[in-house]
Write a protein of this length. Structure first.
Length: 342
């Protein structure tokens, strides 16, 4: 199969919609990461996503809609009041809500669960594609399973060349991390996967929110993934990543020590840090001083290091508050939770 990369314009979005209606796959930009889309009501089309990604079938997908009116047929019963409030506050945007599914939603989308994850992206090309298609689009991130998520069209091409027919190129993704996944089925909404809509923002809207303990730990043996992105090693580079957490100066000293040891042993090394100022002439990928900057740059940096053959990586931890929770969720899984306290 030949994979075409096309700029997001009316003609390419119309072509993408035709492919999805025909049961094929298309990669498209969102404000979070690039998605790999299929007709979310076609079981056979959805299964092609798992095949293209090499994704385990027990990992649920997200349905993408462009208008609130498209939601009722996908859920069982009325939209809960708290979920409606969140939709009014944060949609379109990087919030996914888990709700009881209707019989219309194929089992391939939900990994056999009785719930379905739904969101309304804010990227104009994503919204236009959903509108043109006239269907909810099932879409995980458009990367090979376990790899760093794609925040640029070239990342998608790197992983999906020859596996899908079309990639819509909408430039770099603004947020850079996948959406917040919120279980809205219970009395108190619970964050299953942190993202651009933070627990603090949800709490300000509702007055109460919980964060699932799995956000910063691996799944336990036999524990079922209730949300995308909960697998043990996810978003992972090819090399080994270790996260160092503690006071800034102590972290810098420990990273420098480990870097020098690994380099002396013949390994190609790199450092993920807020800036290069503490690390001399070592190979540093500055991610930025704020969680927003780190989120936007993290996956790009991991892919760049893969391209350079980096075997050993060391990262500064970030504060687990606000968007920092989402950053540490992704970093932790990319490192298979190899986190060292100093």
């Amino acid at each position: 199969m030949r994979t075409v990369v096309a700029r997001c314009d009316e003609a390419s979005i119309e072509r993408a919609a035709e492919l999805i209606r025909a049961g094929e796959l298309v990669a498209f930009p969102t404000e979070t990461v690039y998605g790999l889309g299929a007709n979310g009501l076609n079981d056979a089309a959805v299964r092609k996503i798992f095949e293209a990604k090499g994704r385990p079938a027990d990992n649920p997908l997200i349905l993408h809609i462009s208008r609130l009116e498209q939601l009722p047929p996908l859920i069982d019963g009325a939209l809960p009041d708290k979920a409606r409030l969140l939709a009014e506050r944060f949609w379109p945007g990087p919030l996914t809500m888990v709700l009881k599914k209707s019989a219309l939603v194929p089992g391939a989308v939900t990994a056999g669960l009785d719930t379905v994850a739904i969101r309304m992206p804010s990227h104009p090309a994503a919204r236009a594609l959903i509108e043109k298609t006239g269907l909810p689009i099932a879409a995980p991130s458009a990367n090979r399973s376990g790899r760093p998520s794609p925040t640029r069209a070239e990342h998608v091409l790197e992983d999906m060349d020859g596996r899908i027919g079309l990639i819509l190129d909408g430039g770099p993704c603004r947020v850079g991390l996948e959406s917040t996944v919120l279980d809205a089925t219970g009395k108190v909404p619970r964050v299953l996967r942190p993202g651009g809509v933070t627990p603090e923002m949800i709490e300000a809207a509702l007055g109460a929110v919980e964060v699932d303990e799995s956000a910063l730990r691996p799944l336990k043996e036999g524990e079922k993934a209730r949300s995308p992105g909960m697998k043990y090693r996810h978003y992972a580079p090819k090399g080994r990543l270790t996260i160092i957490r503690g006071a800034a100066d102590a972290v810098a000293r420990e990273i420098a020590r480990r870097y020098d040891e690994a380099e002396a042993a013949g390994q190609r090394c790199a450092i993920l840090a807020s800036s290069a100022r503490r690390y001399g002439d070592r190979n540093v990928r500055p991610l930025g001083e704020t969680p927003e900057q780190v989120a936007a740059n993290l996956f790009q940096a991991l892919r760049e290091m893969d391209g350079e053959g980096v075997e050993r990586m060391f990262a500064e931890a970030v504060e687990i508050s606000g968007l920092g929770l989402a950053v540490m969720n992704r970093m932790g899984r990319a490192a298979a939770f190899d986190i060292v306290e100093v």
